[in-house]
Design a protein around this ligand. Sequence first.
Ligand code: SAM
Length: 214
Amino acid sequence: MRLRNKPWAEEMITNHPEVIIPNPEDFKGNWQAVFGNDHPLHIEVGTGKGQFVTGMALQNPDINYIGIELYDSVIVCALENILEAKSPANLRLLKVNGADLNKFFEKNDVDRVYLNFSDPWPKLRHAKRRLTHEGFLKLYESILVDNGEIHFKTDNRGLFEYSLVSMSEYGMLLKYVSLDLHANMPEDNIMTEYEQKFSAKGQPIYRLESQFIT
Ligand code: SAM
């Protein structure tokens, strides 16, 4: 998701260090210091405009959430959503590349990784950029607790099939797979922006939960 350039975004991001952490590398191994508790930490990589992570934080006050987004022009929308929701104490954002997660988190820092409507990168030569590529799975495993989980939603059948194979070949346990999440919508499902858009067009939403095995 790339929005048009917003020259004011950088200033707004800098003005809200209480939401978008400016020095995340300082908290590697010590995220409790940010939240003031040792609740489980769930992160969403590619958080977009932040609707999912904000909804999850409000729904689950005993879980800490971090939304990770690469682009200023996008994360600033997530920031606006969070400010509108009165900045839940259990929610922060990082403006970093998901490929660098191990600069900011170490083993056992994270209890769950969410991936929602990740960019599909359909060309084979871009496969390594897919957030469910083996390289990313290795990265997630290196920061998750033992038996940590990935929860993944997408409208893209090709990416979903690729991810099932990638996780399965990695040796992960596929605990839950749905080819039409909205046919039996879980009561606690929080919709992402893309989920709303694609489900409104009648497209099925695919979802999986997978677990690293130690
Ligand atoms: N998760 C949101 C949703 O479901 O509505 C946004 C989905 S959008 C298709 C994917 C988002 O992931 C974009 O905002 C993009 O900038 C972000 N993204 C892609 N690759 C990323 C990376 N390596 N690190 C951080 N964010 C990334």
